[in-house]
Design a protein around this ligand. Structure first.
Ligand SMILES: *[C@@H]1O[C@H](CO)[C@@H](O)[C@H](O)[C@H]1NC(C)=O
Ligand SMILES: *[C@@H]1O[C@H](CO)[C@@H](O)[C@H](O)[C@H]1NC(C)=O
Ligand SMILES: *[C@@H]1O[C@H](CO)[C@@H](O)[C@H](O)[C@H]1NC(C)=O
Length: 182
């Protein structure tokens, strides 16, 4: 009877993760979509949180400790993103990573997961992993029927115009470009 109960409880524990992962979008277009990844913890069986760790493809990229301090393992990511964390309240702790759309790169594509190291109410160590989320990064949609939208598109069009401006006599080409913009 009691061993049956133990088996039942361990199945329940395995199915229930205290730390969860949330992303703003699983499909991110370069230059078009901001990317926000959140590790969220809320559980009153915990006494305190030690570390929240975010991983990409099994590699540590950024973590945060109890005092809210952020540690970057991926130094390149540090230069192009923003991370805030709060690990004080066991019912509302998080690590939020935001990569602005203009800083998203193809290398951000992959499987993300959050990991937790915490202390239970009985002072025992508690380790947990969230589920995995695959984030797909795609190129900007190029067959754009509305003409120019998105910063890269307008920048390259501007370059095209600048080149053409040097040749004012070439009205025909200029018209083609103007049609592309409008
Ligand atoms: C983190 O906090 C700073 C100011 O304290 C804010 O400018 C930034 O947008 C925040 N970033 C995230 C990911 O919440
Ligand atoms: C982190 O993101 C969550 C979910 O969007 C939000 O509720 C929380 O206030 C954010 N906290 C920090 C410290 O940025
Ligand atoms: C990413 O999404 C695009 C567009 O939906 C799809 O064609 C591509 O196969 C996806 N890539 C991966 C690695 O899943």
């Amino acid at each position: 009877m009691s061993s049956l109960l133990t088996v039942y409880l361990s199945i329940v524990n395995a199915a229930y993760a205290i730390i969860t992962i949330e992303v703003s979008s699983k499909f991110v277009e370069l230059d078009r979509t901001n990317l926000k990844i959140s590790c969220l913890v809320s559980d009153n069986s915990l006494n305190s949180l030690d570390v929240i760790q975010l991983t990409r493809e099994g590699t540590n990229i950024v973590s945060a400790t109890m005092d809210g301090k952020v540690f970057w393992q991926d130094k390149m990511l540090e230069t192009r993103s923003d991370c805030n964390a709060s690990l004080i309240n066991v019912l509302a702790s998080c690590l939020n990573l935001t990569i602005p759309k203009t800083n998203v790169i193809k290398g951000d594509m992959g499987v993300y997961r959050c990991e937790l190291s915490a202390e239970k109410r009985d002072s025992s160590l508690y380790l947990d992993k969230s589920g995995e989320i695959f984030i797909n990064i795609t190129e900007k949609y190029t067959k754009d029927t509305n003409g120019v939208s998105g910063s890269t598109a307008s920048r390259s069009t501007l370059r095209e115009i600048t080149v053409l401006m040097k040749d004012w006599k070439n009205q025909h080409l200029l018209e083609i470009v103007m049609r592309k913009i409008c």
